[in-house]
Design a protein around this ligand. Structure first.
Ligand SMILES: [Mg+2]
Length: 409
């Protein structure tokens, strides 16, 4: 069961039908926010179109791709078993692929797949002294970790969750993520999600406090009180504004407020969490248990959101176990992750006692599934638990080749 080959495939899939309308939407949001939150007036430069990518500088938030981009990892064993994983790479998957091909390959070639946690630890420490304890490098070793867990499952013809501690539930509850700026249109998307069987929704909003409340109020009025409603504001606010927003949101029975402020400001996050009755969900950017210690010890937020394609299954299991010590539930982030991210998160969710709910995109699932040999989709807001080996999906290698990005170096 030795690893005899490792390959990383940077891929890009056309994501949006109309990229210009997406850019326009972000631009309108920018003007409102710069007026209220940052006091910059309307003189700030508009969103910068970077060709394949774009960035909204006035939100001080992330660079985004106009495409679905990620890095798919293939590990082959001496028994001819192939395991698949994914390193989330929403911008520059070539960087992640280069790290895997040049750096991780020699570290793991000839390793026994059953040494999976030792492999994770050795990969982590191999570059720690040089400062690579988060970001691209950890994404790279996480995709490899997922591929190894898939290979272990396929070797023993068992689903990965059975080998990671076993089954804690018979299905995995998911929520659908939706966005937009017009309250009526967002409410329509919410109704559409409910028609697909979802009982929980998350709104991605980049609005002023007033604009946020307008949309939440319209959606709550439309869906009624039996639907769980979460809100992700993508680090838009300072501590004071986040508390002001949160107090108003409490009138609308919001299940959690996510990423309210600067993730580096742990004292500010503690203040937000203490000031509000509603739970604060956070943590999609942290990748290892080492980053989580202070956050959990100080209870900087109430719900932990590890992203399995950034932590690996091994890293996520470690984070979830420590969260459990502090009675903190885990709601895994998937965001822009591809289908291997989705499938590995389902396995993690089944095997995690303090799992709460998993992120999903009903709208994005078909596009993410273009390189599968058969569909992998939820029903009525749930992923079923199956006995399929490994991650429970089959990659169509020929289809995958269609989305390969050319190497940049
Ligand atoms: Mg988020």
């Amino acid at each position: 069961m030795k690893i005899v080959d490792v390959k990383a495939y940077p891929i890009r899939i056309q994501n949006y039908d109309d990229v210009s309308s997406i850019l326009e939407q972000f631009d309108k949001g920018r003007k409102d926010v710069s007026d209220q939150s940052f006091g910059g007036g309307s003189e700030r430069p508009p969103i910068r179109d970077l060709g394949d990518h774009f960035i909204d500088e006035t939100h001080h938030t992330s660079i985004y791709s106009k495409f679905h981009e990620t890095t798919v990892v293939r590990v082959e064993t001496s028994d001819g078993i192939v395991g698949w994983g994914e390193s989330q790479s929403p911008v520059s998957p070539n960087t992640t692929a280069t790290i895997i091909n040049d750096l991780v390959y020699p570290l793991i070639i000839n390793a026994d797949i059953l040494d999976v946690e030792a492999i994770w630890h050795n990969n982590f420490t191999a570059m720690r002294e040089r400062g690579h304890y988060t970001g691209f490098y950890i994404d790279a070793i996480s995709g490899v970790d997922i591929a190894i867990w898939d290979a272990i499952g396929k070797t023993f013809k068992l689903p990965t969750h059975k080998l990671m501690g076993g089954r804690h539930r018979n299905s995995v509850k998911i929520y659908n993520g939706i966005g937009g700026r017009d309250p009526k249109k967002v409410a329509e998307m919410a109704e559409w999600s409910i028609s697909k069987g979802y009982k929980a929704l998350k709104l991605h909003l980049r609005e002023t406090i007033e604009g946020t409340i307008d949309i939440v109020s319209e959606v709550r009025k439309t869906v009624g009180n039996n639907i769980d409603l979460m809100l992700d504001v993508h680090m838009m606010f300072n501590t004071h504004e986040a508390i002001k927003l949160g107090k108003q949101l409490e009138n609308f029975n919001v299940y959690w407020l996510e990423s309210p402020s600067d993730p580096n400001d742990i004292p500010g996050q503690i203040e937000i969490a203490r000031s509000l009755d509603m739970p604060i969900a956070n943590g999609e950017w942290t990748r290892t248990k080492f980053e989580m210690r202070e956050i959990f010890e100080k209870r900087a937020y109430d719900i932990s959101m590890p992203d399995i394609a950034r932590t690996g299954l091994t890293g996520a299991k470690q984070i979830a176990s420590i969260a459990h010590l502090y009675n903190i539930p885990v709601a895994p982030h998937v965001g822009g992750g591809g289908i291997l991210s989705v499938a590995s998160t389902v396995q993690f969710s089944i095997a995690t006692p303090n799992f709460l709910i998993m992120e999903h995109s009903e709208q994005g699932n078909k596009m993410k599934s273009l390189y599968l040999s058969k569909p992998f989709e939820p029903k009525n807001g749930l992923f079923p638990v199956t006995e399929a080996p490994g991650l429970g999906i089959d990659i169509d290698e020929e289809s995958l080749q269609k989305f390969l990005l050319k190497p940049s170096v």
